[in-house]
Design a protein around this ligand. Structure first.
Ligand code: GAF
Length: 390
């Protein structure tokens, strides 16, 4: 039995214990890291995430009485019981707001899910680590309801509903990257997504074959997207787009950047935000070009440049993330950057496979010397997107 099969059996058994009957099915949805293209997804730009092997597993059964019962193996507090008709967006709804929000978004879209469901979740996606545990929980729910109610929605449609749940029900103004990564990534690939028209390209990303490894370094600094700083960056980008008379910052041409920044005389505060988004979209294109040219090592400096831009222009890094990048590069990494929303969470480090242990050790030592708690380090193996297990 594989780990995932074990996980499915365990989650199904837990469902039986909690709800007293067998689930109708078991589904898994992964967390992600983003290779490049950060904070571009709410600017109609480009992103390139890959799914992690870490998943949230949902065991579920349909109901007919309009009740939604939610239970998590990761959270104390027992069963959360709600009425599907009574669901209303409410701040501070706790973990249950994510799955409840998905059912709410489906009802809002006119989908026939009124009967409700019983859902039990088990997750190994680290929470608060910038690895999209929220999206994994939403997508596992969406996939389960899609099958239980035979809705026939595809991965992108489910991702949109999951994003709507997070935006309108949970109250986090995130973009579409994390939910799409969870539904649409495939094993051995990074996913190039144009967040304007949602066209996707699966980009082969076989690091092991190239003798490389991508490390995730979880700083264990808890990141919290709902705390306002993310919304502030998003509002700043939207203000800049309005001031420039473009639909979104994606429409600012890289070659016109200097002129564009100059034209923002009355909005000097948003200049660095514009510079980050425009140069970051360019870096996604350059990473793509290097990978297409069979030069995965060549993406290293682009990752590090992306980090500098997030640190200095977008100001969403923190001391611990900066230290990962600095220590890893000093120890011989090919490149490194924070990944995800920032303000804590995780960084990714591209290394030669033979140097991976030494680089990891150097980062851990640098953390100890700075008086930080030891980071958690593991390889990011490009894995499958959300799927039915049983
Ligand atoms: C978070 C958000 F949820 C994403 O939509 C994206 O904006 C990311 O931060 C930054 O690239 O993960």
């Amino acid at each position: 039995m594989t780990d995932t099969q074990h996980g499915a059996a365990r989650t199904a058994a837990a469902f039986r214990e909690v709800f007293g009957n067998a689930p109708a099915g078991v589904w898994a949805a992964p967390g992600r890291v983003n290779l490049i293209g950060e904070h571009t997804d709410y600017n109609d730009g480009f992103v390139m995430p890959l799914a992690l092997p870490h998943t949230t597993i949902a065991a579920a059964a349909p109901r007919t009485d309009g009740v939604l019962r939610l239970h998590s193996g990761n959270v104390k507090g027992g069963i959360v019981e709600l009425r599907t008709e009574g669901l209303r967006p409410a701040p501070d709804g706790g973990w249950a707001a994510y799955p409840a929000g998905v059912l709410w978004a489906m009802r809002e879209a006119g989908l026939p899910v009124d009967g409700g469901a019983d859902l039990h979740f088990d997750s190994v996606v680290p929470t608060g680590a910038g690895l999209s545990s929220s999206a994994a929980l939403e997508v596992a729910t969406a996939l389960a309801l899609n099958d239980l109610y035979e809705l026939g929605l595809d991965g992108q449609e489910l991702a949109r509903l999951a994003q709507r749940a997070e935006n309108a029900f949970v109250g986090v103004p995130c973009g579409i990257m994390d939910q799409t990564a969870s539904t649409c990534c495939t094993e051995g690939h990074a996913l190039l997504l144009d967040t304007r028209d949602l066209t996707r390209r699966q980009v082969p990303f076989d690091l092991a074959a190239a003798g490389l490894r991508l490390l995730v370094v979880d700083t264990r600094v808890q990141h919290e997207l709902g705390d306002g700083a993310y919304a502030e960056r998003r509002a700043g980008c939207e203000r800049a787009a309005r001031a420039l008379g473009v639909r979104a910052l994606r429409d600012v041409a890289y070659d016109d950047l200097a002129q564009t920044l100059e034209s923002l005389a009355d909005e000097a505060a948003v200049r660095p935000l514009v510079r980050h988004i425009v140069t970051e979209n360019r870096r996604v294109e350059e990473v793509m070009a290097r990978l297409d040219a069979g030069d995965p090592r060549g993406i290293g400096p682009l990752l590090t440049a992306g980090h500098a831009s997030l640190r200095d222009d977008f100001t969403v890094s923190c001391a611990e993330l900066d230290l990962v990048v600095e220590a890893a590069n000093e120890a011989g990494a090919l490149g490194a950057r924070m990944t995800g929303g920032g303000f804590g969470g995780s960084a990714i480090v591209l290394v030669e496979e033979v140097a991976a242990d030494d680089v990891g050790k150097a980062v851990t030592e640098a953390f100890a010397a700075a008086g930080y708690a030891a980071p958690r380090i593991f390889p990011a193996v490009p894995s499958a997107g959300a799927r039915r297990l049983v």
